[in-house]
Each structure stands twice: as C-alpha cells, then as structure tokens.
Write a protein that binds this ligand. Structure first.
Ligand SMILES: NC(=O)C1=CN([C@@H]2O[C@H](COP(=O)(O)OP(=O)(O)OC[C@H]3O[C@@H](n4cnc5c(N)ncnc54)[C@H](O)[C@@H]3O)[C@@H](O)[C@H]2O)C=CC1
Ligand SMILES: O=C([O-])C1=[NH+]CCC1
Length: 318
C-alpha cells in the first residue's frame, strides 16, 4: 500500500526551493517542452473553469515528464479583484503523483511555487533577450509576483536603478518598505518606464497599463499578468513594435489578450531560443508574454519533494 502523501506547506517550500536550483531546471524544462517530444513533456494548455459569481477561474494544469518520471498537476484559482479587495488574487495547490502507481506522493502549497517559478521564468527571458549592460528595471504592480520578480531580477542582474509603480501610493510605499533593497516609487507608469531597459508587468489589470510610446527602443518587457483572452496589460503599439516571445505558443494563442487582440504572431517560445532553433533578438524591443505552464510547476514541485525526502529520510526509517 502507498505511503500517505507528504503535505508540504508554505514555510517548508520557502526553505526548500532556491532560485539557484530552480533556474537551471526551468531552463532545461522549457527546452524540453519546446521539442514537442512526448517522452520529454506532455502538457496541454490549461483547462479553465469560470467561477462567474466570483469573477474568477479555476485552472487545472497537468504535466507528465515520462523520461524524468514526473507526474504533476496544479490547481490554481485566479480572480479579477476590485481595488481594495482583501481577498487573494491567486491561490494554488500542486499535486505530485507516482506515474506508475497513480497515488499522490505530495500535496504542496502552490503560492510560493507559483511566485518563484513565474519570476524565475521571467528572469530567464531577460537573460536571453535583454540587452547587455541593462541599468534600469521598472516593475508595474506591487503584489506577490512583484515581490518575487524584484528579488530574482536584482539577484541575477546588476541594475543601477529599480523603479516601481502601483495604482495607489500606499501600495508602492508598502512595497518599497517590504523589499529590503533599493527601489524608487513612481507616481505614474510613464515615470516608471521612461528610459527603462527592462520592464516587468505584474498587475491584475484587464486594460493596457503599459503603452509603446513610453518604452525605450530595445527594452525587454516581461508581461506576466493578463492571462485571459480578453485581458490586456500592453497596448497594440508595443505589441506590434516588439518581437514577441512566449512560454507556450499554444497557450499564448488561446489565453493572451495581448497576443490575440493585437493580432501579432509569437515569434518564438523561450524553449526554442534555449534549444538554438530560434534567435534571441536582443538588439530589438522584445516582449516575453508569460502565461505560466504546468511543466514549470512540475519541476519546482519535484525539487521541493526531493529536498523534503532528503531531510525526512526513506519511508519507514532506515
Ligand atoms: N504568467 C504567470 O505564470 C502568472 C501570472 N499571474 C498573474 O500575474 C498578475 C499578478 O499576480 P499577483 O502578484 O499574484 O497578484 P496580486 O493581487 O498580489 O498583485 C496584483 C497587483 O496588480 C495591481 N492591480 C490590480 N488591478 C489593477 C489595475 N486595474 N491596474 C493596475 N494595477 C492593478 C494591484 O494593486 C497589485 O499591485 C495577475 O494578473 C495574475 O493573474 C499570476 C501567477 C502566474
Ligand atoms: O500559471 C499560473 O499559475 C497562472 N497563470 C495565470 C494565473 C495563474
């Protein structure tokens, strides 16, 4: 009979998941995903169930990595919240299964996994697509994703200046106090992004907040919010000016309002750049449209589970 599942919650995930391990695993997994080899990764575009009464969605995100023996699914609820709502915008749980027996091995808090793997993939996009010598980072939004993006971007790149914008001055000030590092609050999006080399959009907006006329030619934009076909964060001018990359081309064509409504084509998946089958146009303005993929949760969950097993020892002791 199978062991009961491990339940690994937020504080343990925070202790067990480190960007130093996560980033190389994600790079490898993005590359595998883009080979479309079913023995490497099977991962359909997430299935979405609308929660109309609550202005939200339940996404189920299964992934099977046959060669790595990883079977996983994430359940994620995400919402369009009114300003001032105290309710969370995103809640997630990751379930790791044994692919041979079918039993659940671990139930893992998905909040930290989602925060870290999303920021790590955006940082990978910047590593591949941002111009060398980038000095100024701008972050639009001051929620959970803003925080994880701040930490990994300032850890991986030597920015001289970091700016942040929020809808409210209290939001921006709270963010500046919480990061424990240098950052300047800006009163408008334009002030935050003018002259920036890298821009991260992590808002709950359903309308464009970032306009192409403010974006410096050659800047790199990691666009993380607006994960529904009728939601936007970027305007048409920016989408049409930029070379557009995504985590999943199919995901972007089904879920990204910025891609679908602007009518642009996704030039490449990050995995294709990693595999060397598509170019990294660092010299041009680039947009990485992130939707989030189950394979990213799967590699993060496997890292957490491996760390948890190493600390607890084999089932039943030695
Ligand atoms: N691409 C991906 O893999 C993932 C994307 N997301 C998306 O990223 C976005 C941010 O997620 P979290 O940080 O978890 O949410 P959060 O609720 O913690 O933060 C959202 C931020 O956006 C701001 N905001 C909300 N509505 C806005 C509007 N109309 N205009 C400007 N700013 C607005 C809020 O004030 C807050 O600063 C959401 O759209 C979420 O669905 C979340 C997880 C993964
Ligand atoms: O990949 C993910 O977890 C999500 N993408 C959009 C909202 C949540």
């Amino acid at each position: 009979m199978a062991e009961p599942p491990a339940v690994i919650w937020k504080h343990e995930v925070q202790r067990l998941l480190q960007y130093g391990d996560l980033v190389p695993r994600l790079e490898e997994a993005l590359g595998k995903f883009s080979t479309r080899d079913s023995a490497e990764v099977i991962q359909p575009v997430r299935n979405i169930l609308p929660l109309q009464k609550h202005h939200g969605f339940l996404g189920s995100m299964p992934t099977y990595m046959e060669n790595d023996g990883v079977l996983c699914t994430k359940l994620v609820c995400f919402y369009h919240r009114d300003a001032g709502s105290a309710l969370p915008a995103t809640q997630a749980t990751v379930i790791l299964l044994d692919p041979e027996y079918g039993n659940v091995k671990a139930v893992i808090d998905g909040e930290e996994v989602t925060g870290m793997r999303t920021a790590a993939v955006s940082a990978i996009s910047a590593k591949l697509l941002m111009r060398p010598g980038a000095e100024v980072l701008a972050i639009l939004g001051t929620g959970k994703q803003a925080l994880t993006h701040y930490h990994i971007f300032t850890e991986m790149f030597p920015f001289k200046e970091v700016r942040v914008w929020s809808r409210t001055s209290q939001g921006a000030e709270r963010f500046c106090r919480s990061v424990g590092g240098p950052v300047r609050a800006c009163v408008s999006v334009e002030e935050a992004v003018r002259g920036a080399d890298a821009i991260v959009t992590v808002t709950g907006s359903t309308e464009p907040v970032l306009f192409g006329r403010w974006v410096k030619a050659g800047a790199h934009v990691a666009a993380v919010g607006a994960c529904r076909p009728n939601w936007r964060e970027l305007d048409d001018a920016l989408m049409k000016e930029a070379v557009v990359y995504s985590d999943s081309r199919d995901g972007a064509m089904q879920e990204s309002g910025d891609v679908i409504l602007s009518g642009v084509q996704v030039f490449a998946e990050l995995g294709e750049v990693i595999n060397g089958t598509k170019s990294a146009h660092r010299e041009k303005t680039t947009v990485f449209k992130s939707l989030g993929m189950g394979v990213e949760d799967a590699v993060a969950a496997q890292l957490v589970f491996d760390g948890w097993k190493a600390q607890t020892g084999p089932p039943g002791g030695v």
